[in-house]
Write a protein that binds this ligand. Structure first.
Ligand code: PMP
Length: 409
């Protein structure tokens, strides 16, 4: 136990933001599923870029431009190896998970979706993995179908498997649910889908920061994630796509960098990944993402996963001492997310009282309104852990909840 605490102290030292007081109390940051905190080295990598080699990437012959291009392309290579992509050209830098999904919905949908075809998503998707599909289905006259779930927050995949057919153009499913914590059996879904030649997109926003992801082993066709949830900067994310799909798909946006030649009559598009990266990219974002990946690799993703599971179990034990808590999302396979309600109290009021004690949790629907509709609730209080959190902080959450109960009930 002492050893774990020593390591945690070392880990926490790298996150300057964690040492501050909020509302006169030491900050307890349990909103990691919304965005994680950033270690100093990531913050420094951004300022280093601006102080030493700020310049636009690609095509520049001068030294600074070459330095920036090298760092940007190294970031792509590192990202590819981090998720075990076969080649770096299969890694496209986007604004984040939302942008990655919109890219596939618009581009893949434009080419491969026709009237009467189906797109399947699941009952626990983030709005980012619902709305883009609704938009393209509406445009194309295609149907959006939903894999249902049970009251534990486990997907009823048989419903999908029994309906698999060549009429399904694509399946888009989250790896880990942000509001329930459920870890979905994406590998099995992909294997089953492939027997019908159906491509699968995985929303990995809540998976990549917490577990080892191997896109080749999963055999997914697309995989999306955001840097800001994995200790990196905001405004940058990744779309991994298999070469065969990316090459077959039309560009998403037009502009500089995504072209080979332009005349007023005709444009020839660049090769992947540049075909999907119109305009000046988020250069320092990619550099910051690369630093975040180095940080994760040095910390060890397996250590992160193990520690977060310990925290999850400890929190469940600690909170079970408090009466009147209903948990939303009780799947056996769960990431370190606890969504709950205190009987008789509105989640917003609970969140407000916790904030007054320096404890940051998220309240509301967590961009998963259909999940709230399914459970017939207005929202939840969500505590989501990162490996830098501590048992002591969980103790403070338990005390905070008790205090909220005393004040509200
Ligand atoms: N999918 C899931 C599962 C998420 O948790 C989130 C972020 N809450 C998103 C998609 C959207 O990510 P971003 O806002 O970074 O685009």
């Amino acid at each position: 136990m002492e050893k774990v605490n020593d390591i945690t102290t070392l880990w926490r030292k790298q996150f300057p933001i964690l040492t501050q007081q909020v509302n006169g109390k030491p900050l307890v940051y349990f909103d990691n599923a919304a965005t994680s905190q950033k270690p100093l080295r990531v913050i420094q990598s951004l300022s280093d870029y601006y102080t030493r080699y700020n310049s636009n990437v690609h095509r520049g012959v001068h030294t600074l431009s070459q330095m920036a291009t090298d760092a940007f392309e190294e970031a792509r290579e590192l990202t590819a190896s981090f998720i075990h992509a076969g080649e770096k050209e299969e890694v496209i830098f986007t604004k984040g998970t939302t942008d990655s999904i919109n890219l596939v919905a618009q581009s893949f949908g434009e080419k491969f979706l026709q009237a009467g075809k189906e797109i399947w998503i699941s009952a626990m998707e983030h709005h980012a993995n619902i709305v883009p599909w609704q938009m393209i289905c509406e445009k194309k006259g295609a149907k959006l179908k939903v894999i249902p779930m049970n009251r534990e927050g486990v997907l009823l995949t048989e419903e999908l498997y029994q309906n698999l057919s060549e009429n399904i153009a694509l399946i888009a499913v989250t790896h880990v649910s942000n509001s329930l914590g459920t870890i979905n059996p994406v590998k099995e879904i992909i294997a089953r889908a492939h027997t019908f030649g159906i491509p699968v997109l995985v929303d990995g926003a809540q998976a990549v920061p917490h577990m080892s992801v191997n896109v080749q082993e999963l055999d997914c066709d697309f995989y999306c994630f955001s840097a800001h949830k994995m200790y990196g900067p905001t405004g940058i994310g990744v779309l991994y796509g298999k070469r065969k799909w990316l090459e077959a798909m039309p560009p998403y946006q037009g502009g500089g960098d995504m072209i080979e030649t332009v005349t007023f009559e005709k444009t020839d598009y660049n090769v992947i990944p540049f075909k999907f990266e119109a305009g000046t990219p988020h250069i320092e974002g990619a550099i910051g993402l690369a630093e975040a990946i180095r940080f994760i690799q040095e910390t060890g993703i397996e250590n992160i996963e193990k520690r977060e599971q310990e925290l999850l179990h400890y929190a469940m034990e600690k909170l079970s001492e408090i009466e009147g808590i209903t948990y939303i999302g009780t799947a056996p396979e769960k990431a370190a997310v606890i969504s709950f309600l205190i009987e008789g109290a509105h989640p917003y009021d609970v969140g407000f009282i916790l904030d007054k004690q320096g404890i940051a949790v998220r309240t509301g629907h967590h961009c998963t309104q259909p999940v709230m509709q399914f459970f017939d609730i207005p929202g939840t209080v969500r505590a989501s852990f990162a490996f830098y959190n501590t048992e002591e902080e969980i103790g403070r959450l338990a005390e905070g909840i008790q205090k909220a109960k005393n004040m509200l009930l």
